[in-house]
Design a protein around this ligand. Sequence first.
Ligand SMILES: Nc1ncnc2c1ncn2[C@@H]1O[C@H](COP(=O)(O)OP(=O)(O)OP(=O)(O)O)[C@@H](O)[C@H]1O
Length: 263
Amino acid sequence: MNLASRVAASAPDAPLLELKTIAHRFGGFQVLHDVSFAVPAVGITGLMGPNGSGKTTLFNIISGFLMPMSGAVLFDGRNIRAESVRRRSLDGLVRTFQTPKVFERLTVAENVMVGAFKAGRSGFFAGLAGLPAARREMTEMRARAYETAQRFDLGAVFDRPSPLLTAGQRRLLELARAYQGRPRLLMLDEPSSGLTTTEIEVLITKLKLLAEEGIAILLVSHDMELMGVAQAIHVLNFGRIIASGTMAEVQEDAAVREAYLGV
Ligand SMILES: Nc1ncnc2c1ncn2[C@@H]1O[C@H](COP(=O)(O)OP(=O)(O)OP(=O)(O)O)[C@@H](O)[C@H]1O
């Protein structure tokens, strides 16, 4: 079944992630007001909004870096509002950052393998220490990491030190590492920032590939071309959702046009 039919077939009343009346304040400044929307278990969902509208704050709340003052964050129907980042990540809720987080002292191979470490028994660092059972596991992990690296066009640079990668490769490496951890929901914060047009085109094909494999994606971006991959988009302005719909629908929305263009 392709992505479009899976999106159509997914139960609309069973989202993977659901935000219910999320509100947050920094001191006296109300940054989020009763934000509610759902992210289905399949497909790509977009979150956009002008600078300072609260996107990063909301992202931090969903991924566990910040606890909202009120509201619920339901993941698979369970309120994870107070759960740690690590617990969420073990449950399959994984995020990336605006600047790719790459382990600079490790090679591409090792960076990808770190993503699988939570799924392994002995652990990545025991493997590096050379314990026999861990070494066997490391060999298997390395083989799996190589498959993943190839999938993200990093096969040819598999043993290269990560500081030698281009910006586009660093972004792909971050995605490869996240993919290796078998996420259910992948949250991407401005993944096209700092990339060339060609690198963005590659990124788009990889996001479609991840979605086709059944990984739900929540994408925050200013990049309209990139946002075009999302089946549904929610627009945040001054901490409130002002519109939701397809890209064509939100582009036509009067409140969105006013927020972005002042028209
Ligand atoms: N820790 C903080 N303390 C006080 N104010 C904050 C804090 N973090 C963010 N803000 C304010 O909250 C508002 C929303 O910020 P946030 O970073 O969530 O917006 P954003 O939509 O991600 O913006 P951008 O697109 O510029 O990254 C801004 O006015 C910001 O200055």
